[in-house]
Design a protein around this ligand. Structure first.
Ligand SMILES: [Zn+2]
Length: 286
């Protein structure tokens, strides 16, 4: 179990923490990302998975899209309500020198001239969506701004990806949310507990579990574990879904494709390829 959802015993603060090392390493292998692009996509996947674990309905999903005008292009992640997540980055080869503090320059490749938009499909007639301007392109700060302005929930979001020479060493994150009944005194107590906290990758690298992280980031509260999740990088694509997307292109487009021979459609999330012969393309009917 790599994700834990907990609540303080006074019921005023919730926290979700995850070790997403395997998820981010899987994403790196699928998308062949540079270290800095791995960190960017990994932070987004981690944040989106944490948001997925906070969804209530079994079939609910959350989609987070970031486009900051940087060399990475747009980044996308989708999570189900079990925190199983998939994602893509327009330019996996985006690169940038390390920052002056020696860290990967995620904000540099994501850019800060754009928005983060969140769409939640909660099984209602219309999906619920919100959008805010990017703060830094560092992703955790941008999601925090989204929670503050779009959901009006005071939130602390921390996301980290540590990339080594051969792949992802550690990745994870946590989201602390103040529930509506929480007052200023609770907010101050949460803030006090966060002062001087090590980074999430430091905590996980030191052997702490997600449950340890939940308690460590709220040192002045009694915390109760609510749920545990075993989250993974998961893509639900099928040949039927790809056929549906092809049909949506329309008859003319399909006829053009059929003329240029067999087509291989590659899933942008998991890299799986689906081949269609000209006859199969022409046979697709709405
Ligand atoms: Zn797929």
């Amino acid at each position: 179990m790599n994700t834990v959802r907990a609540i303080t015993s006074d019921g005023l603060v919730s926290v979700i923490a995850a070790d997403t090392t395997e998820i981010v390493e899987t994403a790196r292998r699928i998308h062949h990302t540079t270290p800095v692009a791995t960190a960017a996509l990994g932070r987004l996947l981690t944040g989106c998975s944490l948001m997925g674990c906070a969804l209530k309905g079994r079939d609910d999903t959350v989609t987070v899209r970031i486009n900051g005008g940087g060399s990475a292009g747009s980044l996308l992640a989708v999570s189900d309500s079990d925190g199983n997540v998939r994602g893509s980055i327009a330019n996996p080869g985006a690169d940038m020198p390390l920052r002056y503090d020696g860290k990967l320059d995620v904000g540099g490749i994501v850019g800060r001239n754009g928005t983060v938009s969140v769409t939640k499909d909660l099984g209602l007639k219309e999906p619920v969506s919100g959008q805010v301007a990017l703060v830094s392109g560092e992703i955790a700060e941008d999601l925090t701004a989204y929670f503050a302005y779009s959901e009006q929930t005071p939130t602390v979001c921390a996301l980290g990806v540590l990339v080594g020479k051969t792949g992802v060493v550690k990745a994870g994150g946590y989201i602390i949310s103040l529930l509506p009944a929480a007052g200023d005194d609770t907010a101050e107590l949460v803030e006090k507990g966060l002062a001087g906290l090590p980074s999430v990758t430091e905590m996980l690298s030191g052997g702490m579990t997600p449950w340890d992280v939940c308690r460590r980031v709220l040192p002045d509260f009694e915390t109760e574990k609510l749920f545990e999740f075993g989250t993974e990088y998961f893509c639900p694509c099928t040949r039927e879904r790809v056929e549906g997307a092809l049909i949506a292109l329309g008859k003319d487009e399909l006829a053009d494709m059929a003329e240029s021979g067999e087509q291989k459609i590659r899933c942008s999330f998991c890299g799986k390829e689906y081949a269609f012969t000209p006859d199969e393309l022409l046979a697709l009917q709405p």
